[in-house]
Design a protein around this ligand. Structure first.
Ligand SMILES: NC(=O)c1ccc[n+]([C@@H]2O[C@H](COP(=O)([O-])OP(=O)(O)OC[C@H]3O[C@@H](n4cnc5c(N)ncnc54)[C@H](OP(=O)(O)O)[C@@H]3O)[C@@H](O)[C@H]2O)c1
Length: 241
């Protein structure tokens, strides 16, 4: 992969500068840490009031304050970035997720690796198999979120639909239930929810972030929507014998 192939700043597959959109949240801060550990330059985007949450990285990253669905904020933040890591959250009722995804799709450098986070409830091809409990809980969360006008899960679905339809070098990482704790290593993934390997339905958040950052340099994940699970979760352990 080189500039002659039309991939802009990306040369021999190496990443130098990365933007973390939604850097102040729990997942975002883990991703900032992993990216810095790899020696990447990091630009973080977060809401103005959340900038203090990034104090621990103050002199090591560039912060662009603003809402992540603000197109001008995203345009400035992703300029010159070889990779963009996006925390897609369904907060509010003003198309926050789809606005964020669209801004990234429109303004990222041509050929940049774009890695988006979401949950198992997102399906790319409709072939995921969900338990009845999962489907019921999702329906309740979607309905209740709308009712109190706090969460718009349908809009996260729309955000991912737009990503899936784009011809960019995207990966949509679909997280299982999450927990805090020390890293267990890189999560395992399968193309579809329902695969026995994913049965444990639990991933450490630090490892979700690790998978997102690793995806930047893993071309086998381009235009894939991996459903991930912790490598020490029950189904993953059973599969590895
Ligand atoms: N939580 C789970 O169990 C779970 C399971 C599977 C997948 N996921 C996926 O993992 C990713 C991270 O989720 P998380 O739950 O772990 O959260 P998180 O990392 O703590 O991130 C929450 C993000 O939402 C932003 N946010 C909070 N309230 C907001 C509001 N009212 N308007 C706009 N932005 C707001 C936060 O920004 P501020 O710092 O500015 O508040 C932060 O960037 C998401 O893509 C989610 O779909 C989560």
């Amino acid at each position: 992969m080189d500039a002659d192939a039309g991939y802009g700043r990306i040369t021999d597959g190496r990443i130098k500068r990365v933007c973390v959109v939604g850097a102040s949240g729990k997942l975002g801060r883990y991703m900032v840490r992993h990216a810095l550990d790899r020696g990447y330059e990091v630009v973080g985007v977060c809401r103005e009031g959340s900038v203090p949450k990034l104090t621990e990285f103050a002199d090591r990253i560039t912060v662009v304050p603003g809402r992540t669905n603000d197109r001008e904020v995203i345009r400035r933040a992703v300029e010159g970035c070889d990779g963009v890591l996006v925390v897609l959250v369904p907060w509010g009722v003003r198309q926050y997720s789809s606005g964020t995804a669209q801004a990234v799709l429109d303004h990222a450098e041509p050929g940049a690796r774009l890695v988006f986070s979401c949950g198992w409830h997102i399906t790319r091809d409709g072939k995921d198999k969900y338990s009845r409990t999962f489907t019921t809980l999702l329906r309740i969360a979607t309905w209740a979120g709308k009712l109190v006008r706090a969460v718009e899960i349908d809009d996260q679905v729309e955000a991912c639909r737009r990503v899936f339809a784009s011809d960019t070098r995207w990966t949509v990482v679909r997280g299982s239930d999450l927990e805090e704790g020390e890293s267990q290593g890189l999560p395992v993934w399968r193309r579809h929810v329902g695969d026995p390997v994913l049965a444990g339905n639990l991933t450490r958040r630090v490892d979700f972030a690790l998978f997102m950052v690793e995806a930047l340099t893993d071309d086998t994940l381009v235009q894939e929507a991996p459903a991930i699970v912790g490598r020490l979760s029950s189904g993953a352990l059973a599969a590895s014998g």
